[in-house]
Design a protein around this ligand. Structure first.
Ligand SMILES: [Zn+2]
Length: 357
């Protein structure tokens, strides 16, 4: 593996921006000292960042990970797979975006994802009695965390999991050492997810702005604003509940104001999600811009895609530019802490020290 020294480069180290300096890596890890025989890369005019982390994707192919990598997304968290055998096999491959996966999600019998997204009906959680068996199956699959689809009973055809079933799923997952991520797109489902003890809530209410009281109870949020905007455009006026992107954006503003930890996530996916298909990689850059639009500073948005998710998911080997960490690095033109759009001006990407762009 190539030894590299990047010279004269400003560094967003995961916390803030440093003056121009040198960063070295060798054997896939960042090193404190210049490795012997290192090739030099001139970083003048650019900024080096930790590789970006997308906390909400759906991946079924190697090509999806290659696309993530090209856009500087070096770690991705799959948030429910219709074909977990394929998705779980794509985890932790050398020189490719490092993937983690929930495998099959917990969902209700005859619910919308089973009818429209290709999830098999025999995985559905029929009630509290089915919880232990479902969690045991996910543990056998070797998943990295549990995803629960908390649907709103106000939405037609939703066939939502009962709140007590959601609570039992969270409790059982925690007993097996799995973190829990809950899908919630309305105020009512945010409440069910939070009261059940979920670790991370993903998506944002589109029907109304989250109340300050409820926002304060949210532990961590991965809002997926780009997907919320796409859903509002696709379904506004055709849904049983209001779907207004302003509600999503203002909910994120409120979460941020009350100090909730926010993660960058895109819901990037391919078919069979149809009109809500979202491209891999480039959507994370759009998400950073939408988080800034919702009140985060550019530095806060960059943390939401680097150092914050590694704390939340417990991955101390990445997300920060520091000696000993993985050489997952993104070199861009300009300064994204001043103008977040600079993250799209990509010069080079390294994953575990391997140059992928
Ligand atoms: Zn999703």
């Amino acid at each position: 593996m190539e030894a590299i020294t990047i010279e004269n480069v400003r560094v967003f180290d995961g916390t803030g921006l440093t003056a121009p300096r040198s960063v070295h890596f060798d054997g896939g890890r960042i090193t404190a000292c210049p490795p012997p025989g290192a090739r030099t890369v001139d970083g003048r005019g650019g900024t080096l960042l930790p590789g970006l982390i997308d906390t909400h994707v759906h991946v079924e192919t190697r090509a999806a990970l290659e696309e993530c990598a090209r856009w500087g997304v070096t770690t991705a968290f799959d948030m429910a797979a219709a074909h977990p055998g394929e998705t779980l096999a794509l985890r932790h491959l050398d020189g490719l975006t490092d993937l983690f996966s929930a495998g099959y999600p917990a969902l209700a019998p005859d619910s919308r994802p089973i009818k429209t997204m290709g999830f098999p009906d025999d995985i559905a959680v029929s009630g509290i009695d089915a919880v232990e068996g479902f969690i045991a199956s996910r543990v056998r699959d070797g998943v990295d965390y549990l995803k629960i689809l908390v649907e709103d009973p106000e939405l037609p055809d939703s066939n939502a999991l009962a709140p007590e079933t959601v609570t039992a799923l969270v409790r059982s997952a925690h007993q097996h050492g799995l973190k829990v991520i809950a899908h919630a797109t309305t105020g009512a489902t945010y409440r069910v997810a939070v009261e059940a003890g979920t670790d991370i809530v993903t998506h944002t209410p589109m029907n109304a702005v989250l109340s300050a009281d409820l926002a304060r109870m949210v532990p961590v949020a991965s809002p997926t604003l780009g997907m919320m905007r796409g859903m509002c455009r696709a379904f506004e006026g055709r849904s049983a509940l209001p779907m207004d992107y302003e509600n999503a954006r203002e909910s994120v503003r409120r979460l941020h104001e009350v100090g909730v930890t926010i993660l960058a996530g895109t819901d990037a996916n391919a078919n069979p999600f149809g009109p809500l298909s979202r491209p891999y990689g480039e959507t994370l850059h759009e998400e950073l811009q939408l988080l800034v639009d919702a009140g985060l500073s550019p530095v806060e948005a960059l943390r939401a895609a680097t150092s914050t998710p590694v704390e939340v998911f417990g991955l101390p080997d990445r997300g920060v530019v520091d000696a000993g960490r993985r050489a997952d690095l993104l070199l861009v033109d300009g300064d994204p802490t001043a103008d977040i759009r600079a993250t799209t001006r990509i010069r080079h990407v390294w994953i575990g020290g391997t140059q992928v762009r």
